[in-house]
Design a protein around this ligand. Structure first.
Ligand SMILES: NC(=O)c1ccc[n+]([C@@H]2O[C@H](COP(=O)([O-])OP(=O)(O)OC[C@H]3O[C@@H](n4cnc5c(N)ncnc54)[C@H](O)[C@@H]3O)[C@@H](O)[C@H]2O)c1
Length: 271
């Protein structure tokens, strides 16, 4: 049976590991060829394990195992010109572009008065400007293709306030607004733009000293810890749970869904 994305091409950022890798593999399983972009190297100020070039190699292996083509790109989403050159070349090679998934992001939890100016700047540069850059290099190719789907990965922290991450929450609310703004102007090209708001997901973002960093921030006000509790009886979700939604948004099944927030959040944003 043909997949839902047969003959399509998808561009995924942060595709080296975690949810981005899962989205790349899932879209390939649905029939899409993939442009997989990742910095695959050191990220600023993070407490969790640093991404590596081998992570991106593994994504390549997994997509090829689906019998799909993949063009890996080592680039930083903060570098608009570098990203545009690489994506333009990859689209020439693969022939078209139909789906954009702006997923790359960082998270550096801290109590409000311990967030440094550098952390605030890095978070906005990667999580907001990086997403804008991604749409700016991808959307013109969707216009050429006559339509498509742009999926911006926000967070539960882009729908409801979460404590100990003023800078991250700021960035994820911005992404939600950006999706609506792009959706409005790209609609005439039959391009849909939606934001996705996961609850906690088991990815490398939770490794290394991340739990200690969260614990240290939470020591400031333990009561706020309940704001992370899911309504459904699950501690955490899996990358594939979010990829299910990404695949739906990439497909024709969601053809009349645009300018919306969709939340695989286990109900956390209503708690
Ligand atoms: N893990 C969670 O609990 C969770 C929950 C909600 C939303 N999110 C969001 O989901 C997205 C993916 O997170 P994840 O958990 O898979 O994290 P992750 O750290 O496992 O993966 C993120 C990937 O993005 C890449 N990346 C980061 N900054 C980049 C940059 N400047 N340029 C290019 N690539 C860059 C990293 O190298 C990494 O491969 C992020 O936007 C994150 O904020 C995560």
């Amino acid at each position: 049976m043909a997949g839902r994305l047969q003959s399509k091409v998808a561009f995924v950022t942060g595709a080296g590991r975690g949810m981005g890798r899962s989205h790349a593999v899932r879209l390939a399983r649905e029939g899409a060829d993939v442009i997989a972009l990742d910095v695959a190297g050191e990220l600023p100020g993070i407490a969790y394990d640093q991404p590596t070039p081998e992570d991106l190699d593994e994504t390549v292996r997994l997509v090829e195992a689906q019998d799909r083509r993949i063009v890996p790109v080592r680039a930083d989403v903060r570098d608009l010109d570098g990203m545009r050159a690489a994506v333009d070349a990859a689209v020439s090679e693969l022939g078209r572009l139909d789906v954009v998934v702006a997923n790359a992001g960082i998270c550096t939890p801290s109590a409000w008065d311990k967030v440094t100016p550098q952390q605030f700047q890095d978070t906005l540069d990667i999580n907001v400007t990086g997403v804008w850059n991604t749409v700016m290099v991808g959307a013109p190719h969707l216009v050429t293709a006559g339509g498509g789907s742009i999926i911006l990965i926000s967070s539960a922290a882009g729908l409801k306030v979460q404590p100990f991450m003023v800078h991250y929450t700021t960035s994820k609310f911005a992404v939600r607004g950006m999706a609506k703004a792009f959706a409005t102007e790209l609609a005439r090209h039959s391009i849909r733009v939606n934001s996705v708001h996961p609850t906690g997901v088991a990815t490398p973002m939770g490794t290394g000293d991340m739990q200690a960093a969260l614990g240290a921030a939470m020591a400031d006000d333990q009561r706020l810890g309940v704001m992370f509790m899911n309504m459904l009886p699950v501690e955490t979700t899996q990358p594939e749970d979010v990829s299910d939604l990404v695949a739906f948004l990439a497909s024709e099944e969601s053809k009349f869904i645009t300018a919306h927030e969709l939340a695989p959040d286990a109900g956390v944003t209503e708690m």
